[in-house]
Design a protein around this ligand. Structure first.
Ligand SMILES: [Zn+2]
Length: 631
C-alpha cells in the first residue's frame, strides 16, 4: 500500500513535522478499507554457509504474493549510516531466479544492481551466492569463525514490497549464536523485521561470541567476538555500562528501544577499525585487543560515539536522511551536527565517566581544533557544505586523483569543534545554567521522542532551520542563534577558542613554538630522488614555493636527498624566515625552488597544569560544571 511504500512516494508522505501531515497519514491508512491479502505476506530469507572458509554465503529469498507485472529485485547500493555508494551487487553471482517452484520466469537487467522479473505467477524465488571478506560496519565478512552481516551488503529486496515484513532464517554451524536487533521467534534460528527499513538497519553477528548483559533501567547486551578472556570482556562491559549511564544523564531518558539494545563487537586481528550506529544496536569492529588498556579505551570511546547516536541520528534525525535510500546516497547538510556533535560527546562522555583524564580529553579535542582551525578547506566551504560531500569521503574509494586535503575537512572534526564552541559559549553566557546538554535534551524532546510512523522510521525529522530555532529557544536569544549558525555553520568562520577554553584552565597554544617548518609532504624515495606522493597543502611554504605531486626532489641546498630524515634535518638547521633551495625534476625538466621557512603553526590543547601553574578556583569550578560526572 503506497502510504507505507517508502520508495514509491519518494518519502514525501513521511511526516516531517508531525501535525498536519501525520494526520493525513493516519487518514490514508484508515481509508484503505481492506488491504489485499498479500500486503503482509513476509519476504522469506534463508541464509546458509556451505563455503564459509571461502568467504561465501548462500542466500535464498522468496517473495510471495507478488502483484502482477514486473517485480524489481535489487541489491542495495548504499547502507544506512554510511554515506558513500558501495554497489554491493559487485559481490553477488550465480544468481538463479524462478517462480518459487522451479518454473521459469523472464529476467532483464536494467542496471548491474537490479533484476526485473516478469512471467511469474505471484511468487518469485531468487538464489545467489554473495562473497564477503571485509570485517567492518559496512560490508559482509564470512570465515570459519563467523558471519558478520551488514544487511544491505547481504540481502536483496524488491521495490514495491518495502512495507512487507521479513523473515530470516540463519542456517549456521551449531556452535554459532546470533546477535542482532531483529526480533526473535519461537525458532531460535529465525528472526523477523517489520519492514525493509528495519531489516536493512539490523546487522547480524553469527559466531561463538561472548555475551554480557547489564541493566540500566532496562537490559543491554554486549556480544563480543574476540580471542581474549572472559575477564577482559567483563572489564569492557563495565566501561560500556559507565558510558550508557553517563549519556542517559544527558537526555534524561533512553529512546524507546524496540528490543534490548545490543553492542555487537568484533575485535579481531583481521577487522578494520570501524563503528556503525543502528536503531537498537551498534557494530564495533577493530584489530585492537581488550587486554591492552590503551586499546580498550580507544574501543570504549568508539562505543561512546555509537551509543550517543541512538539519540542523535537514529531518532534526532535530519530529514535529509529519512527515509534512508538504498539505491543512491542521501546527501545531508546536517552531518556536522549528526556526526560532529556525536564526536564531541564521545570524549566528553569518556571524561565524565572517569575513563579518560583531562589530559586525554584535551588531547582529543586539541587534535580536532588543530585540524579545523588550520584547514585550507575553510576558504572554500562551510561545515554545511563539507557535510554534503560525505558520499565522496565516507569509506568511499575512487581511482582518479583528487585534491580533498585542500578543499575538504571532515564534518566529524569540524562538527566536534562547533559543538565545543557552542557548549562553551552557552556556558559562558549563562554561568552554566544553559549548556549543550540542554540543547541536546530539548532536540530530543522536540524531535527524537516523536512516535515513529512505522518500526524503523522516525516520527519527526529535523531541518537545519529547526536546529537554529531550538538554539534560539534554549539560549533565549534569537540573535545569538542566528549569528552562530550564520558564522560557524553556514559560514566558514571558526570561534575564538582560546578565551573560551581558558575559562576551564585549558590552554590552546602552538605545539612547537619557534620550530622551523615547511609543511607536511609525503615522499617516496628511490632512484636518487624523492617523489612527492600527494598534493602539497595550501598555506604551507612548500605550496607557496610551487612544489606539487609527482615532483622529484633531488637535493636541498645542493645536498642530495637520500632519506626522509635528511629533509627534516635540513629544515631544522634553519630558522623561520630563512630560505631553502630545493632542486627538483618535474616532467623530466630540472628546476630550482625557493622555500621560505616558517614557524610550525601546529596547535595543541593542554591543561593549564602543563604550563607550570595550578588551575585557579574559577577554572576548577568551570571544569567541574562542564566535565564532571552527571550521575
Ligand atoms: Zn557516527
Amino acid at each position: 500500500m503506497p502510504v507505507l511504500n517508502h520508495r514509491g512516494n519518494g518519502g514525501t508522505l513521511r511526516p516531517k513535522h508531525g501535525g498536519v501531515v501525520g494526520a493525513a497519514w493516519v487518514l490514508a491508512a484508515f481509508l484503505s478499507i481492506c488491504p489485499p491479502a498479500f500486503a503482509q505476506s513476509p519476504v522469506a530469507y534463508h541464509v546458509s554457509f556451505p563455503e564459509k572458509e571461502h568467504h561465501r554465503m548462500q542466500v535464498e529469498v522468496t517473495f510471495p504474493d507478488v502483484p502482477a507485472g514486473t517485480l524489481e529485485v535489487l541489491m542495495s547500493s548504499t547502507s544506512p549510516g554510511r554515506y558513500a555508494v558501495h554497489d554491493f551487487a559487485k559481490n553477488v553471482y550465480d544468481v538463479r531466479i524462478d517462480n518459487g517452484a522451479g518454473g521459469p520466469v523472464q529476467v532483464e537487467r536494467p542496471n548491474p544492481s537490479q533484476w526485473n522479473v516478469t512471467g511469474h505467477s505471484g511468487a518469485v524465488r531468487v538464489q545467489y551466492k554473495v562473497f564477503g571478506d571485509q570485517l567492518d560496519g559496512t560490508f559482509l565478512a564470512i570465515d570459519s569463525t563467523h558471519a558478520h552481516m551488514n544487511i544491505p551488503a547481504s540481502l536483496m529486496w524488491a521495490r514495491g514490497l518495502e512495507a512487507r515484513p521479513a523473515r530470516v532464517t540463519f542456517d549456521t554451524p551449531p556452535e554459532w549464536k546470533v546477535a542482532t536487533q531483529l526480533r526473535t521467534t519461537s525458532d531460535p534460528r529465525t528472526f523477523t523485521a517489520a519492514n525493509l527499513q528495519y531489516l536493512v538497519d539490523s546487522p547480524t553477528e553469527l559466531s561463538n561470541f561472548t555475551l554480557r548483559t547489564f541493566r540500566v533501567d532496562r537490559e543491554f547486551r554486549i556480544a563480543v567476538h574476540h580471542d581474549g578472556t572472559d575477564a577482559e570482556t567483563d572489564r569492557f562491559a563495565a566501561g560500556v555500562e559507565k558510558i550508557v549511564r553517563e549519556q542517559l544523564a544527558i537526555f534524561g531518558e533512553f529512546p524507546d528501544f524496540d528490543v534490548p539494545y545490543t553492542f555487537i563487537a568484533d575485535y579481531l586481528p583481521w577487522a578494520l577499525d570501524d563503528g556503525m550506529e543502528h536503531r537498537n544496536s551498534t557494530i564495533l569492529t577493530a584489530p585492537y585487543r581488550l587486554r591492552l588498556p590503551d586499546e580498550q579505551l580507544a574501543l570504549l570511546s568508539t562505543a561512546a560515539h555509537e551509543f550517543f547516536h541512538s539519540w542523535n541520528v537514529e531518532r534526532i534525525r535530519p530529514a535529509s536522511l529519512e527515509p534512508f535510500r538504498l539505491d543512491m546516497p542521501n546527501p545531508s547538510g546536517e552531518l556536522w551536527f549528526a556526526e560532529g556533535f556525536t564526536s564531541y560527546y564521545a570524549p566528553l562522555t569518556m571524561h565524565r565517566a572517569g575513563l579518560w583524564s583531562i589530559h586525554e580529553f584535551a588531547g582529543r579535542i586539541g587534535y580536532a581544533l588543530d585540524l579545523v582551525i588550520r584547514s585550507p578547506a575553510r576558504k572554500y566551504r562551510s561545515a554545511e557544505e563539507v557535510s554534503r560531500l560525505a558520499q565522496y569521503v565516507d569509506q568511499a574509494t575512487w581511482s582518479d586523483r583528487t585534491n580533498f586535503s585542500n578543499h575538504f575537512v571532515s564534518y566529524y572534526d569540524w562538527g566536534q569543534a562547533i559543538g565545543l564552541a557552542l557548549d562553551l559559549s552557552l556556558r559562558a553566557r549563562s554561568n552554566h545554567q544553559v549548556s549543550l546538554d540542554h540543547y541536546m535534551r530539548r532536540l530530543w524532546q522536540e524531535f527524537g521522542r516523536a512516535p515513529a510512523p512505522a518500526e524503523g522510521g522516525v516520527g519527526r525529522p529535523y531541518t537545519m532551520d529547526d536546529l537554529c530555532n531550538v538554539l534560539a529557544e534554549v539560549s533565549g536569544d534569537r540573535a545569538f542563534a542566528d549569528d552562530f549558525f550564520r558564522r560557524f555553520v553556514r559560514g566558514r568562520e571558526v570561534a575564538d577558542y582560546g578565551p573560551l577554553l581558558a575559562r576551564a584552565g585549558l590552554v590552546l597554544r602552538k605545539r612547537n613554538p619557534g620550530r622551523a617548518w615547511i609543511g607536511p609532504v609525503s615522499l617516496e624515495f628511490g632512484g636518487g630522488a624523492a617523489r612527492v606522493l600527494q598534493p602539497t597543502s595550501e598555506d604551507t611554504p612548500l605550496y607557496a614555493a610551487g612544489l606539487d605531486r609527482d615532483d622529484e626532489v633531488l637535493a636541498i641546498d645542493g645536498v642530495a636527498l637520500s632519506g626522509p630524515l635528511r629533509l627534516d634535518d635540513a629544515v631544522q638547521r634553519r630558522r623561520p624566515g630563512d630560505t631553502l633551495r630545493l632542486s627538483i625534476r618535474r616532467r623530466g625538466m630540472a628546476r630550482e625552488l625557493s622555500v621560505v621557512v616558517a614557524e610550525d603553526p601546529g596547535l595543541q590543547l593542554v591543561p593549564v597544569e602543563n604550563t607550570g601553574r595550578a588551575p585557579s578556583a574559577a577554572e576548577r569550578a568551570f571544569r567541574e560544571a562542564w566535565l564532571a560526572s552527571r550521575q
